[in-house]
Design a protein around this ligand. Structure first.
Ligand code: SAM
Ligand code: SF4
Length: 352
């Protein structure tokens, strides 16, 4: 049964049974897709050295999906059995009226959506945390690569560490449980802070995931092979200070988790190079311009913006385009450390 459209398109349905019951999103390799990430803008108030070049050209507004189009897409994905939506970017919280979108998507929880979650750089959390909670955001991931203000500034090129730390406190005060930090670790830039970041997480009741840099977009800042710091190296650094116990816990994403003895915190590793996570991939992404990307590290995609704009209101056609896309979801990514990046689009377009 489709979610009713019209003025109350996302109003709660008293009998949500049947939603996504047939789980039609299964790819050629038998993987069920139940998780989608929306990049709601390619713009950002930071310019992290691993994500953007110093001088970025952003998409013209007409090419970016409208908030209404994103709400329609959310509805279609949930009708197709998607249980988790992550809102990301670019920096999602610099998109004007993003709260409206979150409220619309939040209502899909009455129709089968289990979790609406958000990834942010934290710069806007101080002013927005309470509203995000009210909109129905269940969990937030916050990027934090350094606890040293100058280093934080060098990595983000423009970011203020204090603003982000205040944002984290505001999110906790607004009632968000188990906030998770994301730290991209680069050799020679912040690899010596691995244990300090974990300690900060533990002392503040947070989880943390360490991420190996992925070769997305042409950055010009550094040679990615030279700055590569593996998850195994990070884990070895942590094992000198903490006792880590592997767990099978999952947050539905690519992190492999460990528990830190004597604490509530989980430590995760996202390791595209050293521990390929493609085998149990359950997710797809929608880029800021409405490309349904079937794999972070490949170009296979379907132009959903075209479907939305060429056939406005044709919800079944939109859903069919999503279902058919499963035929081209590739087996896995093709990231290589050396040489030129294979994928020229930036993480901020793609939605990390
Ligand atoms: N602006 C938000 C933020 O920074 O959290 C959301 C978008 S950002 C693209 C999402 C995540 O992707 C962040 O945790 C960021 O550190 C990560 N990221 C960006 N570029 C990356 C890259 N080249 N390799 C690995 N992770 C990357
Ligand atoms: Fe912006 Fe996030 Fe990319 Fe940093 S990682 S430049 S905060 S989108």
């Amino acid at each position: 049964m489709p979610i009713p459209s019209g003025s109350n398109i996302l109003a709660p349905d008293p009998s949500p049974k049947g939603w996504g019951e047939n789980a039609p999103l299964v790819d050629r390799f038998g993987r069920s897709v139940n998780y989608v990430r929306f990049s709601v803008t390619d713009r950002c108030d930071f310019r992290c050295v691993y994500c953007m070049s110093e001088r970025m050209t952003f998409l013209p507004r007409a090419k970016v999906l409208t908030l209404e189009e994103l709400a329609t897409l959310g509805r279609a994905f949930v009708e197709l059995g998607v249980r988790k939506i992550r809102i990301t970017g670019g920096e999602p919280l610099v998109r004007q009226n993003v709260l409206w979108l979150l409220q619309q998507l939040g209502r899909l929880r009455d129709h089968g959506l289990a979790e609406l979650v958000l990834t942010t750089n934290g710069s806007q959390l101080e002013r927005m945390a309470a509203e995000l909670k009210a909109a129905g955001v269940a969990r937030i991931n916050i990027s934090l690569d350094s606890l040293d203000p100058e280093r934080f500034r060098r990595i983000t090129r423009v970011g203020e560490l204090d603003t982000v730390l205040r944002g984290i406190r505001s999110a906790q005060a607004a009632g968000f449980q188990r906030l998770k930090l994301n730290a991209v670790i680069l050799k020679g830039r912040n690899h010596d802070e691995v244990a300090a970041l974990a300690r900060f997480a533990i002392e503040n009741g947070l989880d943390i995931s360490y991420i190996e840099e992925m070769p997305l977009g042409a950055m010009g800042d550094h040679d990615r092979a030279e700055l590569y710091y593996s998850s195994d190296a990070i884990r070895a650094d942590l094992a000198r200070v903490f006792t880590l116990t592997p767990t099978t816990e999952s947050s539905g994403g690519p992190s492999r988790y460990y528990r830190v003895s004597g604490t509530d915190s989980r430590i995760g590793f996202i390791s595209p190079h050293s521990h390929n996570f493609c085998g149990d991939c359950n997710r797809v992404r929608v880029s800021a311009e409405g490309r349904l990307l079937l794999c972070l590290g490949q170009e296979h995609s379907v132009d959903l913006r075209h479907v939305l704009r060429a056939h406005p209101g044709d919800h079944e056609r939109l859903k069919q385009a999503i279902v058919t896309s499963m035929d081209i979801k590739p087996r896995g990514h093709n990231f290589q450390l050396g040489g030129q990046p294979v994928i020229l689009r930036y993480m901020s377009h793609t939605g990390g």
